[in-house]
Design a protein around this ligand. Structure first.
Ligand code: ZN
Length: 234
């Protein structure tokens, strides 16, 4: 049987870069998909191309398995949502208890389009960085949502669509450690230097945990995870 193949939902952030390395370690052929949904900060889209280029350059064995990158225009998501990620709005908690960075339906749409691309490209499974451990309680990141989506896609496409979520049960410190286990210090450096997580698109100053404003919820999580990861090493 041929090596299984996978399509990784790849945004250019820390989590999806760790997932990409995880998939490249495991599967014979890996492609990537990213979504342009009118993010306030286009920097994410630039970072994802740089991360892919750096993975090819620094990890030739992985590069040999890494196939096409797909960028899908989902501008329609920006049209139907009014969130802190797609509009100039403050990041805060709303009456629903969810942060204003929640883009309703985003992961559901991503997975549906990823499933369609995997179908067309003959890829066996999807890989995503959804995580229910420390991520603001987004309901579309839960394991139960992933299980239901896998089932719905499998029925709708009439073939199994397994969804791997290697980060589902781990925190940010463990995500740094996972990167180290997969690609050593080289991969950790690549993630620090090239990936983007900050909600404000800030890339002025390089901190030891990477670029970012240092104050938004995404930066706080990333920096806190880094400190815990480093403390566990010493
Ligand atoms: Zn930030």
């Amino acid at each position: 049987m041929a090596d299984p193949s996978a399509l990784v939902l790849f945004s250019g952030g820390q989590d999806s870069t760790a997932c990409l390395a995880w998939a490249l370690q495991r599967y014979g052929r890996v492609e990537t998909v990213g979504f342009d949904y009118g993010q306030r900060h286009r920097i994410e889209l630039e970072c994802r191309l740089r991360v892919i280029a750096e993975i090819r350059r620094r990890f030739p064995e992985w590069g040999a398995r890494l196939g096409e990158d797909h960028l899908i225009d989902l501008g329609v998501l920006g049209q139907i949502s009014d969130t802190a990620l797609t509009r100039d709005r403050a990041i805060e908690f709303e009456a629903s208890g969810l942060p204003s960075t929640f883009v309703p339906g985003r992961n559901l749409a991503f997975l549906t389009f990823a499933g369609a691309i995997a179908y067309r490209r003959g890829l066996d499974r999807l890989v995503g960085g959804m995580c229910e451990t420390d991520y603001s309680g987004y309901p579309d990141c839960r394991q139960t949502t992933m299980t239901a989506m896998s089932e719905a896609l499998g029925l709708g496409l009439d073939r199994p669509v397994p969804i791997d979520t290697p980060l589902m049960r781990i925190d940010k410190a463990a995500t740094w450690k996972l990167a180290e286990d997969l690609g050593g210090a080289d991969l950790v450096d690549l993630i620090v230097e090239e990936t983007h997580t900050c909600y404000f698109g800030e890339r002025g100053e390089l901190h030891d945990w990477g670029y970012g404003c240092g104050a938004c919820p995404a930066c706080e999580l990333r920096a806190k995870g880094w400190r815990e990861y480093r403390a566990a090493k010493s």
